[in-house]
Write a protein that binds this ligand. Structure first.
Ligand code: DLL
Length: 438
């Protein structure tokens, strides 16, 4: 290990060597999928692909894409391709309806994830001597434990703060001399505002030097705001549960995009309308094939995240491709307070209540640092006329169902039949007023 790189031979290997390594791993992965995953055996056979079809990296284009619906339809463990006794950990994120998207990991998958996370923290400048405050949620969400495992591998002192209790978090950061802050960018802004309100001067009272922010889109303006308020260097970290969690890619101190750890992930960009593979440098939807993930392997997973890939040499000398910041998605997934929410999840809850009409609206805003989330529903004509209807009870029931699926507590507004405007064409369900405020 040199001072600058966590794994110099891997991080700086020539692109030719990197592609050879990817091809070797891809061949083994396709064979594993064909031999051990009934789901992929069917899919590959239908496309006329056998393990022998993969002779070059370009041959990956013969394999059909995998989409979120494939995961939902095979919930919970239908995509597992190892003996269930070899699964050692489960994580999950929001699915499009009631079922979460499950990530199932073998010991080897955990080691690859931990390696990617350690490399990401190290690339951002984190060292054994640092004190790392992890304010991503712990539990099924991959944020908290993903950072935890990576920091553990480096040997950094870990403060597993998780979410919530902002004042106590600030006290701990001060008293423990925290040097690295890991959380969503919106929580970082909120922390900075709370510090200002409490009379804490982060530049004087705290020892923060690095911030590792991700799990939701954020802009250059937010980066400047966080940097100025907290006096640390912010780094963008990207990942998703389906691929392992955070640590798929991370910025280096050049801040010229996020290095994708290509020994672990094969990346393509595609036109999200046509599915056509795009040349390097063109904006499109990111498609990843995780090369080391054996428990729940995925081939050509469509992320719906829009970005641009560059492979020219970064001044840091790392050869791994860089993805530009993800600012948009090609589907309707909302990220509210770092939590993935699909309008279809809300619809699923609303449709489960006979007292409610089919109209509903979702309002998201960011008046200050944190997102607000309101769900407006409408009573049916019959229930509007039922004097005995307990609206408060109904509100609590709706809230509890939405909370069960998303973990969030939106404000629930119940209105009378006909109050939500009808449109002739497509109904507009989502009003995301955060645009331009990120
Ligand atoms: O958000 C994993 C993660 C945790 C990444 C902590 C970074 C830090 P999921 O909950 O499965 O996993 O959500 C994945 O979040 O497809 C993107 O749309 C979005 N996302 C994640 N990181 C970024 C980022 C985690 N740096 C979904 N910038 C992804 C923009 C991001 N969007």
């Amino acid at each position: 290990m040199s001072d600058k790189y966590w794994n110099k031979p891997i991080e700086t290997m020539s692109r030719k060597q990197l592609r050879e390594l990817q091809l070797k791993k891809l061949k083994a992965l396709v064979k594993h999928c064909y031999d051990d995953s009934p789901f992929y055996k069917r899919k590959l056979k239908a496309a006329g692909v056998t393990p022998g079809s993969i002779k070059t990296l370009e041959d990956i284009q013969k394999i059909p894409y995998t989409i979120k619906t494939d995961l939902r339809d095979n919930y919970p463990m239908g995509l597992v391709a190892v003996d269930s006794a070899d699964i050692v950990e489960i994580h999950a994120s929001s699915g499009t309806t009631g079922n979460p998207i499950i990530g199932a990991y073998t010991k080897g998958d955990m080691e690859a994830w931990q390696e990617g996370m350690a490399r990401s923290i190290y690339t951002a400048g984190g060292r054994k001597e640092d004190v790392i405050h992890i304010a991503y949620g712990y539990g099924l969400f991959t944020g908290g434990l993903g950072f935890h495992y990576g920091a553990q591998k480096i040997g950094t002192e870990i403060v597993p703060a998780s979410g919530g209790m902002t004042q106590r978090q600030i006290k701990l950061m001060k008293d423990l001399g925290v040097t690295i802050l890991c959380c969503t960018p919106s929580f970082a802004v909120y922390l900075a505002e709370t510090m200002a309100a409490e009379g804490v001067n982060p530049k004087k009272d705290l020892k923060l030097r690095i911030g590792m922010f991700g799990a939701e889109p954020w802009s250059e303006r937010t980066r400047e705001r966080i940097q100025n308020a907290l006096g640390l260097e912010p780094f963008d970290v990207y990942g998703l549960t389906e691929l392992s969690g955070p640590g798929v890619s991370c910025e280096c101190s050049e801040h010229k995009g996020l290095h994708i750890w290509e020994d672990h992930f094969f990346v393509e960009t595609i036109n999200s309308e046509t599915g056509e593979v795009l040349p390097e440098g063109e904006e499109g939807e990111l498609v990843f094939t995780p090369l080391d993930k054996m428990g729940m392997p995925l081939l050509r997973y469509r992320t719906r995240d829009i970005s641009v890939i560059e492979t020219d040499m970064c001044p840091c000398r790392r050869t791994h491709a860089r993805m530009m910041r993800v600012a948009a998605r090609s589907d309707d997934m909302l990220i509210i307070r770092g939590v993935n929410v699909f309008p279809s999840q809300i619809e699923y809850v609303v449709m489960g209540f006979p007292e409610l009409a089919t109209q509903y609206q979702i309002y998201v805003d960011r008046p200050d640092a944190l997102d607000t989330f309101t769900v407006k529903v409408e009573l049916t004509e019959d229930s509007s006329k039922t004097p005995s209807l307990d609206v408060n009870r109904l509100r609590c029931q709706i809230l509890s169902k939405i909370n069960n699926i998303t973990g969030l507590n939106p404000e629930i507004t119940i209105c009378k039949c006909g109050e939500i405007p009808r449109t002739e064409g497509k109904a507009k369900h989502v009003f995301d007023n955060r645009k331009g405020k990120l």
